[in-house]
Structures are given as structure tokens and as C-alpha cells.
Ligand binder design. Structure first.
Ligand SMILES: C[S@@+](CC[C@H](N)C(=O)[O-])C[C@H]1O[C@@H](n2cnc3c(N)ncnc32)[C@H](O)[C@@H]1O
Length: 194
């Protein structure tokens, strides 16, 4: 299983309009693109992938959303489709445990730190100045990426209290969804021996 965690510092925690994902929804567009980059192949889904979104925007943060590639339905490869499933999840009365909102999409109350404890895996934190991804091999990886704001000092400290590595996919600062595509490509090449 490959896990991706993306932190949305402004991503709203109540239902939002699908017509203003970058603005009123708090850069929800970034998270939606990450969901698509992590899960979609051409005409298929990556069933060995789970995507976790940490929503830290108003009015009732923090909330966690999970897309499970093995189970997800009603998701098509456009931002609005992912956004609509996130919006449906936010319409649920959230608990401290995961509840399913639509097939393969789950929501719970919880912090980034709660999520790391739950997953209990070594963290691979994606950052521009990290070690070269091409020197690494991955076994059941848990990748953590930031949104347009990167990660806060507190979030970095949370990572540092866990077993972790800091990796870079290249010399330039990229969008988080593009990093996910590059990570998949690196792993695909290793898995297919090319
Ligand atoms: C748009 S970037 C964030 C830029 C933000 N201004 C900052 O200072 O962190 C979004 C995320 O993509 C990841 N990222 C971007 N470029 C990367 C690279 N070359 N290697 C590894 N991760 C990268 C990081 O996780 C980053 O938080």
C-alpha cells in the first residue's frame, strides 16, 4: 500500500461551493489535483494507493479525509469530481473515527499528528532540499507533502518526532500533484524493472 498525505492549511472544513475551489474553499483545488494525481491511471485507478487530506481551514478544523483507491467510486479525473466527493464527506456528522461518506471516501475528526500515529509508518517527507529520490527504494511508503504554503514549523517538528526521511524529486520547487506523479513514475519504473 502506498499512502500519500497532503496538508491543506486553508482547506475549509464545511461544505463549500464547487464554483470557487481556489478561493472560498481555501485552495481545495490543490488537494483535488493531488487526489487525481495519486489515484488515476489512463482508464484505471491505482488500487494500491490511499490518499489522506488534512483539512486545516475554517470553520471547524482539523478534519481528515481518506480516498481509498481499492474502493473509491463516482470519482472521475477532474478537480470538480474529487471536490464533490470531499464536499459530500464534509456534509457528514464527523466523529473521532472514520465514517464512509461515499464508496471509498472516509472522514474523521483529527490532526496531522493523529493520522501519523494511526498509520504508524516511517514518514517520507517531500521537500525541495531533501535527498535524491532516485537513491531510495520504497516499501509500503507514506509520503507527506505540503500545499502552496509548504509545511509549518510545527508540522515539521511533528515529522521529526517520528522515524522519517526527507526526499526531493528534483532541483526545482514543483506543485504537490506534480511531485506525486514523479514519485509514482519512480516507483513504477522500479516495479517494472526499467
Ligand atoms: C508548491 S510546493 C510548496 C512551496 C512552498 N512555497 C514552500 O515554501 O514550501 C508544494 C509541496 O510540494 C513538495 N515539493 C515541491 N517541490 C518539490 C521537490 N523538488 N522535491 C520534493 N518535494 C517537493 C513539497 O512537499 C511542498 O510542500
Amino acid at each position: 500500500m502506498k499512502d500519500f498525505v497532503i496538508i491543506g492549511h486553508k482547506a475549509v472544513t464545511a461544505p463549500f461551493s464547487l464554483n470557487d475551489l481556489p478561493g472560498a474553499a481555501g485552495r481545495m483545488d490543490i488537494l483535488c489535483r493531488c487526489v487525481n494525481a495519486a489515484l488515476f491511471l489512463s482508464h484505471d485507478l491505482r488500487r494500491d494507493v490511499r490518499v489522506y487530506l488534512v483539512l486545516k481551514g475554517e470553520p471547524v478544523p482539523p478534519k481528515l479525509i481518506r480516498f481509498d483507491g481499492a474502493e473509491v467510486r463516482y470519482l472521475s479525473p477532474d478537480e470538480r469530481s474529487a471536490a464533490s466527493l470531499i464536499k459530500k464527506a464534509l456534509e457528514k456528522n464527523v466523529q473521532e473515527f472514520w465514517t464512509e461518506s461515499t464508496p471509498g471516501v472516509y472522514i474523521r475528526k483529527g490532526t496531522f499528528s493523529d493520522l501519523l500515529v494511526e498509520l504508524g509508518k516511517k514518514i517520507i517527507y517531500l521537500r525541495e532540499d531533501g535527498e535524491n529520490v532516485r537513491r531510495m527504494t520504497f516499501d509500503e511508503p507514506l509520503f507527506v507533502l505540503g500545499d502552496h504554503l509548504g509545511l509549518t514549523d510545527d508540522e515539521e517538528k511533528t515529522i521529526e518526532t517520528n522515524e522519517h526521511e526527507i526526499l526531493s524529486v528534483g532541483p526545482l520547487s514543483l506543485h504537490a500533484d506534480h511531485c506525486i506523479v514523479l514519485l509514482h513514475n519512480e516507483m513504477d519504473r522500479v516495479e517494472k524493472h526499467i
